[in-house]
Design a protein around this ligand. Structure first.
Ligand SMILES: [Zn+2]
Ligand SMILES: [Zn+2]
Ligand SMILES: [Zn+2]
Length: 346
């Protein structure tokens, strides 16, 4: 790696007026106005040093190696992380994060955190998690937690984890808690994915109902293609509904499949915005639509049903927008992820 250049060379017109002493006793000549401009903490330290007995104006930057302090000062002099200094940030990342947090240099803290987050490996996840917590670096903390959850076998082999197990019960407990949270989160996502898939299938069934009863000819999907048509499952269900002896024996009841068909007709009426067959140029021909609409006008639907209608309506809108490619790519990808897999409605 390229060594940091002499700080005096960066401000040749000025005389260095502050000495920065490091943990290993080295002294670095620097310019007070550069340090004071970059950090309010260094500004206060310089002020105090000037007001007291410290005529030479010496301040101490402790806790990291002198190379780390030098890298810190070098980047403060540049006032930004230039492309040629990215390697410095990557080599001294942890030290720069600690110093920029302690001396309140926000832009450098963000740069160090981003650099460390991008280069994080399971071997260092435990140490970096501890540092991220101490330095209040949430992005790095989250990345460590995710990496630990994703590749705990590698984390377990790391020195950081072994040290935490022997000497830092609080950190060990914190990591185990993070792993448990990640497991719970995965389970919750799986449940949410499954329920979204169910709403998507119901939305598809609503479209199929309208398609099947769109005109007098009804559904004309070729039988040869039935495996590929979304209406196939619904047509089979309706064929059963029309002939089910259990339903005929007990009108309004019947077998499970008939009850499901009735629920689909009811759901259709809840999302249908078309008029009754006699009132409109484009009437709704779905069976029982006007019957269920009249029933819904007479008695208010319960909360669970209203929530179901809301979610199916949303799933329907999302499916249509995704099909028309009107949604941003990110949303479409997320929707496709939720929509993939799972059995089709039969
Ligand atoms: Zn069809
Ligand atoms: Zn039946
Ligand atoms: Zn309708």
């Amino acid at each position: 790696m390229r060594r940091c250049v002499d700080l005096d060379a960066l401000r040749p017109a000025m005389v260095a007026d502050v000495q920065v002493v490091t943990s290993d006793g080295k002294s670095i000549a620097a310019h007070s106005f550069v340090l004071a401009t970059a950090s309010p903490v260094l500004e206060r330290m310089i002020d105090r040093a000037r007001r007291g007995w410290n005529a030479e104006c010496t301040i101490r930057i402790l806790g990291v190696s002198s190379d780390g302090v030098f890298a810190f000062l070098h980047i403060l002099y540049a006032s930004r992380v230039a492309p040629e200094d990215e390697e410095v940030v990557s080599v001294y990342g942890p030290q720069l994060l600690a110093l920029s947090h302690a001396y309140r240099v926000g832009w450098l803290k963000r740069a160090a955190e981003a650099s460390m987050t991008a280069r994080l490996t399971p071997e260092h996840a435990v140490d970096m998690l501890k540092l991220a917590r101490l330095c209040d670096a949430p992005r790095l903390y989250l990345r460590c937690a995710r990496l630990a959850a994703k590749d705990f076998a590698a984390v377990e082999r790391s020195d950081g984890w072994r040290f935490a197990r022997r000497h830092d019960a609080a950190l060990e407990l914190e990591i185990l808690q993070l792993l448990e949270d990640a497991d719970q989160r995965r389970e919750r996502w799986a449940r949410e994915r499954a329920s979204r898939e169910a709403y998507r299938q119901l939305a598809e069934a609503m479209d199929s109902l309208v398609h099947i009863f769109s005109d007098d000819r009804g559904c004309t999907c070729a039988d040869a293609d039935t495996d590929a048509t979304p209406c196939r499952g619904l047509r089979l269900l309706m064929r059963h509904y029309a002939t089910c002896s259990a339903r005929k024996a007990a009108p309004g009841g019947g077998c499970t499949r008939c009850k499901r068909m009735l629920q689909l007709f009811h759901l259709h009426a809840s999302v249908c915005d078309r008029a009754a067959p006699d009132d409109d140029d484009h009437p709704c021909r779905v069976p029982l639509c006007s019957h269920f609409k009249a029933k819904m006008r007479a008695e208010k639907a319960d909360k669970t049903w209203r929530l179901l209608v809301k979610k199916v309506t949303r799933a329907r809108v999302m499916s249509r927008l995704a099909a028309e490619r009107k949604v941003p790519e990110l949303v479409a990808a997320s929707w496709a992820r939720y929509s993939n897999g799972g059995a089709r409605l039969r």
